[in-house]
Design a protein around this ligand. Structure first.
Ligand SMILES: C[C@H](Cc1ccc(C(C)(C)C)cc1)[C@H](NN)c1nnnn1Cc1ccc2c(c1)OCO2
Length: 330
């Protein structure tokens, strides 16, 4: 079996991407953020207080003839940016792009933090990290990918995220039409449940490639690219007027500055992020100061290869044993 679905940016700066997912019988369509950096599938629901719902679609288990309460089970998740949610759990039929799982744990939110309420076009998250990270208790639940595995033609899913455009997620196959050349694979360690792997090095603009192993997680649910301070200072040293602002919590620069590209290595392969991806956003609609798409990871304790990096490639998340991740040009 296979599935293929759109990855749609939810705003004009690609803060997150959503994918249509159908839940229940008859199918209720929700727009979920497929997130390889977490492992809970949670949705805005009929159990979410109306004061916390602002335009989101909701899942109503009572309207689904196939929904079953997972008795006595609850969940609670806190994300690295401080946002979070918690609630109860139903099992129901769930499909992404034609790929159906009969009994998927759907975590119904009874509380969501304000940053989720504010994102009107995002109805929840679908974690695609390793199921060890799932927060449902007393028994943790499997991700959609883990549930779908037995029926997949190939134990893979791929991410083709795009800059200011709609991309796609595919399950169970690697679409030859979506990339050029060869796929460069590298080893993944499932620690502590993320798609953790190394970069083989980096280059700033036309500068020499620095060969140095940088370990981190490929995370479709994180907007920006977070790397060690040494790398980030080397990058912004090439940007006129750049500064690391305590006030804005990161590197900012005059929007008129010209930015270098940023190249990262996957084993012998090289992927160049265009300067436009790193000129992330104006700090306010009328400001001439812009916020960088490359920021320091020093506060996070882990390097995060988020969407700013992933959208520069076609990415294969391979659930083989051992797992691996592949990057190709597109
Ligand atoms: C933050 C997302 C999870 C999320 C996604 C979207 C949203 C909004 C819809 C409200 C926009 C909030 C939250 C990430 N997912 N793997 C995550 N979940 N747990 N850790 N991370 C990665 C991390 C960790 C720390 C950080 C960060 C990132 O950005 C800034 O500081």
């Amino acid at each position: 079996d296979t599935g293929s679905a759109a990855a749609i940016p939810i705003n004009e700066v690609d803060i997150a991407y959503v994918t249509p997912v159908t839940v229940g019988t008859p199918p209720q369509t929700l727009m979920l953020d497929l997130d390889t950096g977490s492992s809970d599938l949670w949705v805005f629901s009929s159990l979410t207080p109306s004061s916390q719902v602002r335009g989101q679609d909701i899942y109503t288990p009572a309207n689904s003839s196939t929904s079953k309460l997972l008795n006595g089970h609850t969940w609670s998740i806190r994300y690295g940016d401080g946002s979070g949610s918690r609630g109860t759990v139903y099992l129901d039929t769930l499909a992404v792009g034609g790929l159906e799982v009969k009994s998927q744990a759907v975590q119904t939110a009874q509380e969501v933090s304000s940053s989720f309420t504010q994102e009107q076009s995002l109805d929840g998250l679908m974690g695609l990290g390793f199921s060890t990270l799932n927060t449902v208790r007393p028994s943790s639940q499997l991700t959609f990918f883990d549930n779908a595995r037995p029926s997949l033609d190939e134990e893979v899913f791929t991410a083709d995220l795009k800059y200011h455009a709609t991309g796609s997620y595919d399950f169970g196959f690697v679409d030859r039409a979506k990339y050029t050349g060869n796929i460069s694979y590298t080893a993944v360690t499932e620690s502590p449940g993320y798609w953790t792997h190394s970069l083989s090095g980096y280059a700033v603009g036309s500068g020499a490639f620095q060969t140095t192993r940088l370990s981190g997680i490929s995370d479709t649910g994180t907007t920006l690219l977070y790397l060690p301070t040494a790398v980030v200072t080397a990058y912004y040293r090439q940007v006129q007027g750049a500064q690391n602002s305590q006030y804005y919590g990161g590197y900012v620069f005059p929007c008129s500055s010209s930015l270098p590209t940023f190249t990262f290595g996957i084993e012998e392969a090289r992927f160049t992020i265009p300067a436009s991806y790193i000129n992330y956003t104006r700090i306010s609609p009328t400001s001439t100061t812009c916020y960088g798409g490359l920021q320091s990871s020093s506060g996070l304790g882990i390097n995060i290869f988020g969407d700013v990096a992933l959208k520069a490639a076609f990415v294969v998340f391979s659930g083989t044993n051992p797992p691996r991740i592949g990057f190709a040009h597109k």
